[in-house]
Design a protein around this ligand. Structure first.
Ligand code: GAR
Length: 217
């Protein structure tokens, strides 16, 4: 997956369903040079997703695909695969894409689909992760970027960041604290995955080459 020296930056696709603030953080990282990648296309399953406008404002192709226009989930997923292959996409980034990814996509992009989730997985998978953390009385929550497998929110973890859960937190205040970390770690996780030098061992994402050495304190 890593691009050769002198070649064009790898193309990624971002799949969204709504606001698109993580999409924006990825756009910003490609613009600032933090992330050496081109966003080839943004796809939403909802035509009213505000993230589509963010993509267009940045000059990125933005496509809305309505699942209701397809007879079943496999046909919908295959349509996405076709769009992505036509654009030579090497990595898919799910950013608030609120649909299960089916086998056509998983088979076409094995270990090349990333997702961001607003909890420290494997705690609180599925919907309303921030509400789940509050209801369980968790003292710490956070954000996780992981590779997508058929196991819902259960794929190998690439990066995580923790935040405290405060006594007076609401879903909104906790979500806002977690979102700051999401925006920080998602572009970094994409950079790590695109750089290569990693493997999957069991459930684990293992970096085999130490790209950065920890700084001595
Ligand atoms: C983010 O908090 C993301 O972690 C979450 O949806 C939000 C999308 O926000 N994703 C999930 O819960 C996936 N299970 P955004 O559209 O502003 O990026």
């Amino acid at each position: 997956m890593p691009s050769e020296k002198g070649s064009r930056p790898p193309s990624i696709a971002v799949l969204i369903s709504g606001r698109g603030s993580n999409l924006q953080s990825i756009i910003d990282a490609t613009r600032s040079g933090q992330l050496n990648a081109t966003i080839a296309v943004v796809i939403s399953n909802r035509s009213e997703a505000p993230g589509l406008a963010r993509a267009r404002a940045a000059g990125i192709e933005a496509i809305s695909l309505n699942p209701r226009d397809y007879a079943n989930r496999d046909l919908y997923d295959r349509a996405i695969v076709e769009l992505l292959h036509a654009r030579h996409v090497s990595l898919i980034c799910l950013a608030g894409f609120m649909r299960l990814v089916g086998s056509p996509l998983l088979e076409a992009f094995g270990n090349r689909i990333l997702n961001i989730h607003p909890s420290l997985l494997p705690a609180f998978p599925g919907l309303d992760a921030q509400r789940q953390a509050l209801e369980h009385g968790a003292r710490i929550s956070g954000a996780t970027v992981h590779l997508v497998t058929s196991d819902l929110d259960g794929g190998p973890i690439v990066l995580q960041s923790a935040v405290p859960v405060l006594d007076d937190d609401t879903v909104d205040t906790l979500s806002a604290r977690i979102l700051i970390e999401e925006h920080r770690i998602y572009p970094e996780a994409i950079r790590i995955v695109l750089a290569g030098g990693w493997s999957i061992e069991g459930r684990r994402f293992v970096r085999s080459t130490l790209v950065e050495k920890p700084t001595a304190r």
